[in-house]
Design a protein around this ligand. Structure first.
Ligand code: PDD
Length: 288
């Protein structure tokens, strides 16, 4: 295969068509795409694909990478350059390249890619035989225990919240908190019990969460792993998030309501200290 690919304004051989590893499409699934068929040299349903492309870009706040007239010209030219009479054109626009961060700035230079694939669209054997299918639970995306890069929703909500003056979001499902955008969430009740969501496919099984629970139990703290509501969290004496990069970070306000006395609580502080101390002693040295 030696197709010509369109990449950010240039026609390049497919082997040279490379996108940065820092592209948000790669790191956060922060990208949209369209697929348009070509039959006997004709673009199929092009206006519909263009309209949806614009809707998708609008919804994510990504700029149209080229003018509409130019986009149609690019479709014609990529088909011509690759000799596609029957096949498809795939196009993808990502928000662009940035150091990894859930929060993105307003203006970014989008990454724009187009390529073709030869396919005998009109020669589909299944049009004669039909398909055999099976049902599966709708789960797009409900397997949050898997640490995938499907982070677009989290990134959008965190960016929006940041612009409104919040540091982060807490996701609520069926009236219960699952976790924060990129950290697990925990509360300490007025009775001093550490309550954290039990593990399931509703949340990521945080490594820091596991270590903190272990240290909390060692320190004779009572721990309950169960679902809890935003109301229970607002009535807690302390709350905190845990993650690989934030360790134990207190949460002092939620939906404008002060948690506890609004200051970093003693249990959060203690767990952070114990965790840092333990890792400074037990962490694996990077130098031999
Ligand atoms: N995020 N929940 C989600 C959705 C996360 O993305 C993370 C971590 C956690 C905490 O897991 P751990 O303790 O293993 O880091 C919980 C990382 C830090 C990130 O995406 O930057």
């Amino acid at each position: 295969m030696d197709r010509t690919v369109y990449l950010n304004g240039a026609w390049v051989a497919e082997g040279d068509a490379k996108v940065s590893v820092f592209d948000r499409g790669f790191l956060f699934a922060d990208a949209i795409y369209e697929v348009t068929a070509i039959i006997h040299g004709k673009l199929v349903d092009y206006p519909g694909h263009l309209a949806r492309l614009k809707r998708s870009l609008d919804a994510l706040g990504i700029a149209m990478p080229v003018a509409e007239a130019e986009l149609l010209d690019l479709h014609k030219e990529i088909a011509r350059r690759n000799g596609i009479e029957d096949g498809l054109i795939y196009l993808q626009v990502s928000r662009g390249v940035q150091d990894r961060d859930f929060v993105f700035p307003e203006a970014m230079e989008p990454t724009f890619v187009m390529f073709t694939q030869t396919k005998k669209v009109l020669d589909n054997p299944k049009w004669k035989t039909g398909l055999s299918v099976k049902t599966v639970p709708e789960g797009r995306w409900s397997d949050r225990q898997i640490k995938t890069v499907q982070l677009l929703y989290s990134s959008l909500r965190k960016t929006e919240a940041n612009r409104q003056g919040y540091d982060d979001v807490l996701f609520v499902e069926n009236g219960h908190i699952t976790e924060a955008s990129s950290a697990n969430f925990h509360i300490v009740t007025q009775e001093g019990v550490l309550v954290t969501r039990d593990l399931s496919n509703a949340l990521l099984h945080g490594i820091t969460r596991g270590s903190i629970l272990h240290l909390a139990r060692q320190a004779d703290l009572k721990v309950e792993e169960r679902a809890f509501t935003p109301e229970e969290a607002k009535a807690a004496s302390e709350a905190f998030v845990t993650s690989a990069t934030s360790f134990v970070t207190p949460v002092v306000k939620m939906d404008g309501v002060t948690i506890g006395n609004g200051e970093v609580g003693p249990i959060s502080r203690r767990l952070l200290d114990i965790y840092i101390r333990e890792q400074l002693s037990a962490g694996i040295p990077v130098a031999d």
